[in-house]
Design a binder for this molecule. Structure first.
Ligand SMILES: *Cc1c(COP(=O)(O)O)cnc(C)c1O
Length: 228
């Protein structure tokens, strides 16, 4: 289904209403939670209605796809914030720092060092999140839970990255709440107050656990084509 400005507005209102209910239950202040519309695999012409409807934060998981889609969109809608939410290879760091406004997936020393060097070179000092492998899954990206605090310290003190929070993707097929609670506690221990957690299936739970931004894709844009 191709979105119109009207259908995009309805989809956004529906998600925002659910976010607001969860936010009240948790008792966080109004506007404490940002909605990041995850537009990966969504063609530009289907993103435009959401931009027209006033959506500001978007998430993409591939540097090349973001580079293909977003510079032209940004020309027309300059005040958007683009979040990198997928794995970042060090050889894509230059493009990533150019195209994105927030890097949410810092998860290893070499990446932290490369990002720091590129931010220095380009003068674009982007806010970063450290991604935590909260379920300790072999196939998932993210720093191990027990190394998170020392890694955050090194990102800040050795590399001088502007780390603002933690991000996670909990294991599939398990209740996410306990993982979100654990990420919140870790962030607290690190002195970080931003939490990127919660997707289409569990953003209300995430907000109830203190998320400050949720990453919602399919509940806004419809189902993505299955992975090839
Ligand atoms: C795809 C993706 C999302 C959005 O997932 P939905 O279930 O479609 O809301 C959120 N976070 C990350 C890291 C993703 O890759």
């Amino acid at each position: 289904m191709v979105a119109t400005a009207e259908s995009a507005r309805l989809a956004l209102d529906y998600i925002r209403t659910r976010m607001e209910k969860a936010r009240r239950r948790f008792g966080s202040p109004p506007d404490a939670v940002d909605l990041i519309a995850v537009s990966k695999t969504v063609p530009s012409e289907e993103i435009v209605p959401f931009l027209e409807a006033g959506q500001k934060h978007f998430g993409e998981n591939r540097v090349q796809e973001a580079k293909d889609k977003w510079p032209a969109l940004r020309d027309r809608y300059p005040d958007i914030q683009l979040h990198l939410i997928g794995p970042l290879q060090t050889n894509k760091v230059r493009d990533a720092v150019q195209v994105f406004d927030v890097i949410e997936t810092v998860d290893r020393e070499k990446l932290a060092a490369t990002l720091a060097g590129e931010m220095q070179r380009s003068g674009r000092h982007l806010p970063c999140f450290v991604q935590v492998n909260i379920g300790g899954e072999a196939q998932k990206a993210g720093i191990a839970v027990e190394q998170t605090q020392s890694f955050v310290d090194r990102c800040r003190n050795t590399h001088c990255l502007n780390v603002v929070g933690l991000m996670c993707i909990p294991p599939d097929g398990e209740p996410a709440g306990p993982y979100f609670a654990q990420l919140a506690e870790l962030a607290d221990n690190c002195g970080l107050d931003r939490l990127s957690m919660g997707m289409s299936g569990d953003f209300e739970v995430a907000i109830a656990m203190g998320a400050t931004q949720v990453r919602v894709g399919s509940a806004l844009f419809g189902r993505r084509p299955s992975k090839v």
